[in-house]
Design a protein around this ligand. Structure first.
Ligand SMILES: Cc1cc2nc3c(=O)[nH]c(=O)nc-3n(C[C@H](O)[C@H](O)[C@H](O)COP(=O)(O)OP(=O)(O)OC[C@H]3O[C@@H](n4cnc5c(N)ncnc54)[C@H](O)[C@@H]3O)c2cc1C
Length: 420
């Protein structure tokens, strides 16, 4: 099979790159083994949340001053990275995903434990909370689904009370949840979301109970378990409840994250892209230092050939990188990696300290071509968390690096072409 571009990995970076290229008329394929970090995501996309442990308020003006030259943003160019970031809300809007937030000012998101973290964009379900030390509401009603153990209302209330919010906590029961209670493994976020899919009556019934429980609160906080295939259930709920609803991410799987993954896939396929889900790229055939074709587990007799290939296989989590007893490797091309040679220096014994392995990744030249033996593979590009020299946790930069590098790689593959 022949394509213009074959993308290996269908997480946020692979999908974004594929969509951007397909918007420009390129014939693309994405091959993805399975779940990506989106399935675990908070519903917010970080760009640059922390520098030296301090919250970043204005990423657009801060970036150029603080970013080390090896960081993916610096290699793209700080100005260009910001310019791409400005295009991202419209990029999502074109696929029907609405986001809150701006690269000019970070807002805050509430973690599953009720802690405030700086972020760049949040899916429209989630409020863009302007201040860290104060919620827009002085009194909130935190409501869970009875028996749902992946949303910890007591932690959330405890942490929100620390910033002066009066909290009440209640649990909701409805007959629609009875079948989930047969086993604790059934009472999970995605299964709860399925109860409300295409069942507006159930959503309105739930909304009526929420309003009753809320009493005199100024806002309601609910677990983010609505809207799996699309955001319809979220919209119905928001219309039915008269108070502002603030969704809080729960322990994985992430319903808004799965929805984003589904929506991106839908957009890619609507633009003519070919998506091979549940398949794994097993090897690459090289010719004259270039990738000529790749083979996959399911299409063993049918190579995928293309002019350009994109490595978007993720970090250790996505299996783009692997830690062996003596070294860290890039799993598919055995490309050069930036990693400490001494295993004892891979991690810090202080669990909450900066972990060096988080910055390990594939080595690239200035135009994001991975190198092998120091030589660039000229028709292969790397994007997303497989890249080296950024630390998504310490910097709160994960989705930013994934999106900006993916869109930058799409620009490198199609110079001068604008998205439709
Ligand atoms: C658990 C978790 C939660 C996170 N939550 C957030 C968040 O809320 N906000 C934020 O800003 N950042 C978050 N991050 C940071 C995250 O790294 C980025 O946000 C981003 O989603 C990474 O996307 P990616 O496409 O680079 O990698 P991944 O999401 O890891 O995707 C890589 C994909 O490649 C596939 N793959 C790997 N090898 C092959 C192969 N040989 N053949 C075919 N497919 C292959 C994998 O199956 C996977 O689907 C999170 C990271 C993790 C690990």
């Amino acid at each position: 099979m022949n394509f213009d571009v074959v993308i290996i990995g269908g997480g946020l970076s692979g999908m974004a790159c594929g969509i951007a290229l397909a918007e420009r008329g390129k014939r693309c394929a994405i091959i993805s083994t399975g779940q990506s970090a989106l399935h675990f995501c908070s519903g917010s996309f970080d760009f640059l949340g922390y520098v030296n442990g301090f919250d970043v308020e204005t990423p657009a003006t801060t970036l150029a001053k603080v970013i080390p030259p090896t960081h993916p943003y610096a290699r793209i160019g700080a100005d260009r990275a910001i310019a791409i970031a400005r295009e991202v809300p419209a990029f999502f809007e074109r696929m029907g995903v609405k986001v809150n937030g701006s690269i000019d000012r970070n807002h805050y998101r509430i973690t599953p434990l009720g802690i405030m973290k700086p972020t760049w964009l949040s899916l429209a379900d989630f409020d863009a909370i302007p201040e860290k030390a104060r919620l827009p509401w002085s009194k909130v009603s935190i409501q869970n689904i009875a028996g749902f153990l992946d949303f910890h209302t007591a932690f959330v209330a405890d942490n929100l009370e620390r910033i002066g919010t009066e909290c009440s906590v209640s649990a909701i029961n409805m007959p629609e949840f009875d079948h989930l209670r047969t086993s604790p493994t059934e009472m999970r976020s995605a299964n709860i979301a399925k109860v409300f899919e295409g069942n507006d009556d159930a959503v309105r019934h739930f909304a009526a109970i929420v309003e009753r429980n809320a009493a005199d609160a100024h806002a309601v906080m609910l677990p983010a378990v609505f809207g799996l295939a699309d955001s319809h259930a979220v919209e119905v709920l928001k219309q039915a409840v008269k108070l502002p609803i603030c969704f809080i991410p729960v322990l994985p799987p992430s319903v808004p994250g799965i929805r984003t993954q589904i929506t991106m896939r839908r957009r890619f396929e609507a633009l003519g892209g070919t998506y091979f889900l549940g398949d794994t790229v097993t090897s690459a055939r090289m010719e004259n230092g270039k990738v000529a074709a790749i083979s996959t587990r399911n299409l063993a007799d049918d190579e995928l050939r293309a002019s350009h290939f994109v490595l978007a296989t993720g970090s250790f989590f996505g299996h783009g990188l692997e830690a062996r007893p003596d070294k860290v490797v890039e799993t598919l091309f055995d490309a050069d990696v930036v990693a400490d040679g001494d295993r004892d220096r891979w991690y810090n014994h202080e669990i909450f300290a900066e972990q060096p392995y988080m910055s390990f990744g594939v080595a690239t030249d200035a135009t994001f071509h991975p190198t092998k033996g120091g030589k660039a593979i000229s028709n292969l590009y790397a994007a997303g968390s497989v890249l080296s020299n950024h630390n998504p946790i310490k910097e709160a930069s994960g989705a930013g690096v994934a999106l900006i590098s993916a869109l930058h790689v799409a620009d490198l593959i199609t110079p001068q072409q604008q998205a439709k």
